[in-house]
Write a protein that binds this ligand. Sequence first.
Ligand code: HEM
Length: 166
Amino acid sequence: MANILTRWLIFLHVLSALTFFLAHGTSAAMAFRIRRETDFVRIRAMLDLSDSTTEIMFLSFLSIVFTGVILTFLVHAWDKLWVWTSILLIIFIFIWMVRMNEQSYKLLRKLVGLPYRQGSNEYPAEPPASTEEVTALLKRINVKNLVLAGYVIPVIVLWLMIFKPF
Ligand code: HEM
């Protein structure tokens, strides 16, 4: 019985990860394509497309965490270092992404005249800033760091999950 439950939870855990990366793909594509854009209409469209998948991204992330925690109880793995390393790495990525977003894409939404959020507060659209200001912000955003934090670290977590080295 416990074995069947574990199988189903592994299924849901992996399914949640698939759903997460499918949903978050819009943000990743946006991050690459928006870098050299100067047309505010296109920038707004890309930001809105990325924003449209945020809820499913957050829900599937919660589902990854929830199924992961239950699984760790079921297989009695709380004393394993690979579990704690994975948890710390995922918490790091999450906090890093939220902080990165505050300083880049949320600010960009404000500069191109879209409604935006800061912390838990929502603000209405303001008059757009100049093209120079928007271009300067886009130049400051480092997509390499996004790939490093959002892709390379999850690859390490996947390796930890599969090989359970320590
Ligand atoms: C396990 C891996 C990842 C996690 C847990 C994660 C988590 C998050 C979270 C929680 C946010 C929302 C922040 C907020 O609303 O304040 C976010 C936003 C974002 N992430 Fe990730 N992310 C991951 C991978 C990636 C990758 C690989 C990329 C791109 C190469 C990426 C690019 C972005 C971008 C561009 C945004 C801003 C989206 C927007 O505001 O429209 N993320 N991420």
